[in-house]
Design a protein around this ligand. Structure first.
Ligand SMILES: Cc1cc2nc3c(=O)[nH]c(=O)nc-3n(C[C@H](O)[C@H](O)[C@H](O)COP(=O)(O)OP(=O)(O)OC[C@H]3O[C@@H](n4cnc5c(N)ncnc54)[C@H](O)[C@@H]3O)c2cc1C
Length: 549
């Protein structure tokens, strides 16, 4: 045998797909480009395409790999024995942070005055997630901190210009001296993450400021310049801004106990921290800390859903690419009927997720511009979409991984990393049950939010008989008050399907809308794995819709 490997030339390598690389993550995504237009942010097309090319570039993919195989390392002390409580990141992490901030993934919604700014920013986050997911955690928290900061004029005036800066600055110096700052959040304590009212951290008044003492069990991105945190003040649980470095340059008393050894999200650091008389300023009203920080949480929920949808999209683009370029039994995998059935089902799932997050971003945008109906839609929609998209992502990524065969299970493949990353979005920013209970709360306390969602359903009424039947069944389920709490997942899932159906019927190619109604709106028991769409659908068209190259 002749070949190019000299003495190692045991065999010729063939039937191995080339990597999916150097492609425009945005431009090749039909659903995303279309949703950008329909949600009123077509003006951001070129900006997204620029980030799309960077996200899909070979060099960026190399940075993402490096950031994951060289995870952050805690450094408690300097060489002289001084306590420093720093976390050291690989240069790849910093390069990716710089890329995301330069693109405005954390800031565009606040710096761009045009309608559609929230939509464009969410699309940027969707694309950036396909460069690397870990950095999207601090980028999302920095974005989301702004509405909470606005509750208090003083910190807002100082901090909003800092956190909307686009020149990433990782130096450990006072925030006022930096080109841009990032924000984290510290709510979760050992005894309770969902039930934050059980927080035990204490805030003691000290002049115009406060001194905090207590622990926080999860604090991601601990090298952020400041954290929004909850603590018990004299008049109840309140929200505080805790800078990491104090104005004179001294380190605030935030002590890193250890970093979490996480399943995924390994490029990002998540720390256990302690406050010992740590300097803080109150944000919002004393005793109204939960309401204040929920302003932030509402926006991080949007980004959790965006991140999950992006993971789904990337893994399915990879699966299509792989099966397009590999054969088994003398035939291209993607052309084999059973593989095509799997891919088509996954494309439906991913298209649905992208449509949901973009519509949700549109509602945030309308709400920010004073449209009360859109604000109401965003209130309930954030919970419904966050729950559903994050819940649907892990099994979809698993199926995309299996499309790769053994290679998908190996760390060389991007999809293995995505599989480990996938569940986190369902856990943080409100785990599944907690979100579904929030859906019930929103419908009960803010009925306008359900009416806004019903308006979306009405917009598609008459478009498909199966859809109309599904909405009628949903109305019956909503009217039944018996055992509502125990049925919260079922209700939330149906609301998500109803919203998706409306978006599909109005905006998706007919082949996809038809397949969605046939497979997702019919009561088919028992629940099936992906790849079990009903017969007679245009599977090749559906798969072709999501091809990235
Ligand atoms: C990688 C990672 C990073 C994180 N980063 C941060 C961070 O930066 N800042 C921060 O503050 N937190 C952070 N968290 C914490 C996260 O937000 C919490 O883990 C989450 O809110 C759940 O809280 P818990 O772990 O205490 O679980 P619990 O509150 O004990 O919940 C356990 C389970 O019970 C369910 N449950 C709770 N209440 C009910 C109910 N009434 N009925 C039915 N079921 C219920 C929940 O849905 C969940 O499934 C992070 C978590 C992870 C995994």
């Amino acid at each position: 045998m002749t070949g190019s490997n000299g003495p190692y030339d045991t065999h010729e390598v063939f039937n191995q797909p080339p990597p999916l690389t150097d492609y425009d993550v945005f431009e090749t995504d039909r659903c995303l480009t279309q949703a950008l237009e329909s949600e009123g942010a077509g003006w951001a097309h070129d900006r997204l395409s620029a980030l799309g090319r960077r996200a899909g570039a070979h060099d960026t993919q190399a940075l993402a790999r490096q950031a994951h195989v060289n995870p952050p390392v805690p450094r408690s002390h300097d060489a002289a024995g001084n306590r420093i409580d720093e976390v050291e990141f690989h240069p790849a992490w910093h390069a990716l942070m710089g890329m995301g901030m330069a693109a405005g993934v954390h800031s565009l919604a606040w710096t761009e005055d045009r309608p559609g700014a929230h939509v464009a920013r969410a699309a940027l986050a969707f694309v950036m997630n396909q460069a690397e997911n870990g950095v999207c955690c601090p980028l999302a928290m920095t974005f989301a901190a702004v509405p909470a900061l606005r509750r208090q004029p003083d910190p807002a005036a100082e901090w909003i210009p800092r956190v909307t800066g686009t020149e990433y600055d990782p130096r450990h110096i006072p925030a006022a001296d930096k080109t841009a700052c990032t924000m984290g959040m510290a709510m979760t304590e050992k005894q309770g993450g969902s039930d934050v009212r059980a927080n035990t951290t204490v805030a003691e008044p000290d002049g115009g400021e406060y001194l905090l003492t207590g622990h926080k069990w999860f604090c991601s991105a601990p090298m952020s310049d400041a954290f929004l945190t909850l603590a018990q003040a004299p008049r109840g649980l309140s929200c505080f801004l805790v800078p990491r470095i104090l104005p004179g340059g001294a380190r605030n008393r935030i002590f890193i106990q250890r970093l979490k050894d996480k399943l995924g999200n390994r490029s990002n650091a998540s720390a256990e921290i302690e406050y010992h008389r740590t300097r803080a300023r109150m944000v919002g009203e004393e005793g109204r800390g939960v309401a204040t920080i929920l302003e932030m949480v509402q926006h991080t929920r949007l980004d959790a859903a965006v991140s999950a949808a992006a993971i789904m999209r990337q893994s399915i683009a990879l699966a299509i690419h792989h099966t397009d370029n590999r054969s088994a039994f003398q035939r291209r995998l993607a052309d084999q009927p059973l593989m095509r059935a799997v891919l088509a089902d996954l494309v439906l799932e991913s298209t649905a997720a992208t449509m949901l997050i973009m519509r949700l971003a549109g509602a945030f945008d309308g709400g920010a511009r004073g449209d009360e109906n859109e604000a109401a839609l965003a209130r309930l929609g954030a919970a419904v979409v966050k729950y559903w998209v994050c819940k649907r992502t892990p099994p979809a990524v698993f199926e995309a991984l299996e499309c790769h065969g053994g290679g998908g299970y190996v760390e060389d493949s991007v999809v293995a990393r995505l599989y480990r990353e996938a569940p986190v979005n369902s856990v943080w920013e409100g785990s599944g049950n907690v979100i579904c209970l929030d859906v019930l709360r929103a419908m009960e306390r803010e009925p306008a939010s359900l009416e806004a969602l019903r308006g979306e359903f009405a917009a598609a009424k008459g478009g498909d008989r199966r859809y109309d039947t599904f909405i009628a069944t949903l109305d019956t389920a909503l009217a039944d008050r018996e055992g509502l709490e125990g049925r919260a997942r079922e209700i939330t899932g149906r609301l998500a399907l109803a919203l998706t159906g409306s978006l599909m019927l109005r905006h998706a190619p007919p082949a996809l809308a038809d397949a969605f109604c046939a497979s997702r709106l019919a009561d088919r028991a028992p629940p099936q794995a992906y790849g079990t769409l009903p017969p007679g659908l245009a599977l090749a068209d559906i798969v072709g819709y999501a091809r990235a190259d």
